[in-house]
Design a protein around this ligand. Structure first.
Ligand code: DAT
Ligand code: MG
Length: 151
């Protein structure tokens, strides 16, 4: 299996609604490894770069306004298959379509306030971690539970 990295972010609504611990906990309990974590006020240019593939969409200005409207919690998670698995844990983009048991399915009601971001490919995982974290902000470590998670 390929060890991958994904960029997960609690969006401003998740921070404002007091869901930071709940959201981190979903990935932590699953067994992925946290390698980066910070509370951060996102500048507009970074938000635009992060979502550049969507910059022709009608909702783009509101999306940038939302992401920069308050602090976000930036995370980098590592593990075999972490990118696709994290997307499953997060659920569909529209929280009303997201399955119960997923973060969006359990905690949100609208696409424009869907509480969390997750990278959609290993390539974008690397790209986004590079955008949101500086050199030296990531930690490489061996969790004590590693030997109990994989045979
Ligand atoms: P995801 O966040 O599930 O990867 P995406 O990459 O297609 O979804 O879009 C990024 C974000 O943009 C999404 O989390 C919320 C916002 N967004 C997407 N489609 C939207 C729409 N039709 N109306 C309003 N906001 C939208
Ligand atoms: Mg996306």
């Amino acid at each position: 299996e390929q060890v991958e990295e994904t960029y997960i972010m609690v969006k401003p609504d998740g921070v404002q609604r007091g869901l930071v611990g709940e959201i981190i906990s979903r990935f932590e309990k699953k067994g992925f490894k946290l390698i980066g974590l910070k509370l951060f006020q996102c500048p507009k240019d970074l938000a635009e770069e992060h979502y550049k593939d969507l910059n022709s969409k009608p909702f783009f200005p509101k999306l940038i306004e939302y992401i920069t409207s308050g602090p976000v919690v930036c995370m980098a998670w590592e593990g075999a298959g972490v990118v696709a698995s994290a997307r499953k844990l997060i659920g569909s983009t529209d929280p009303l379509q997201a399955e119960p048991g997923t973060i969006r399915g359990d905690l949100a009601v609208q696409t424009g306030r869907n509480v969390v971001h997750g990278s959609d490919s290993p390539e974008n995982g690397k790209r986004e971690i590079g955008l949101w974290f500086k050199e030296g902000e990531l930690c490489q470590w061996t969790p004590a539970q590693a030997q109990w998670l994989r045979e």
